[in-house]
Design a protein around this ligand. Sequence first.
Ligand SMILES: Cc1cc2nc3c(=O)[nH]c(=O)nc-3n(C[C@H](O)[C@H](O)[C@H](O)COP(=O)(O)O)c2cc1C
Length: 193
Amino acid sequence: MIYETVVVTHDRDGNPNVAPLGIREQDGMIVLAPFRPSVTLQNLAVTGEAVVNMTDDVAVIAGCLTGRKDWPLVPVEHVRGARLAQALAHVECRVERVEEDEKRPRFFCRRVHEQTHAPFKGFNRAQAAVLELAILVSRLHMLPMEKIDREIEYLKIALEKTAGERERLGWSWLMERVEAHRRATHAGEGSIA
Ligand SMILES: Cc1cc2nc3c(=O)[nH]c(=O)nc-3n(C[C@H](O)[C@H](O)[C@H](O)COP(=O)(O)O)c2cc1C
């Protein structure tokens, strides 16, 4: 099972990096699997510390994917680093061991401290739709435009029926990316013809 979270890491100088990341659990540990190259991977390798954030604010996830990484953070106490201010819960983690891999090393992290800040409010279809659109946007270069449009048509139903302000904001940022990709694809087709 994979849970989609937001992971805050920091570099040697303490500069934070915020990135959406799927986490797995194995033998009581949290497993982070960042692709090469990524800032998260670099930071984990250098500091061995991470803060995993559970959030229902899909604007943060859509924002990170569209170059908006500057989210309000609060320092944490049990590892060096920070958590998302709007996290429902966070886990402070220390890397215990690394399974090396050419594409995607796996960092097995021990939970040092975990804390809940706000209750889970229930499932929201628009949040799930924004999350799915974020995944589509991260794969734009690999997918045909017809498939992207078909999936967006379906996801839009949940958005229109159940979204709040944060979901609409996240959706709009992601759709800007889809439209930019569409223009670039059409421009490319034009230049070939
Ligand atoms: C919901 C979601 C889950 C993601 N999970 C992962 C993951 O498990 N590993 C990964 O490398 N990238 C994942 N990504 C993509 C990263 O967030 C993206 O590659 C990011 O650019 C890496 O950021 P960084 O260079 O700041 O570390 C995910 C993206 C989304 C939207």
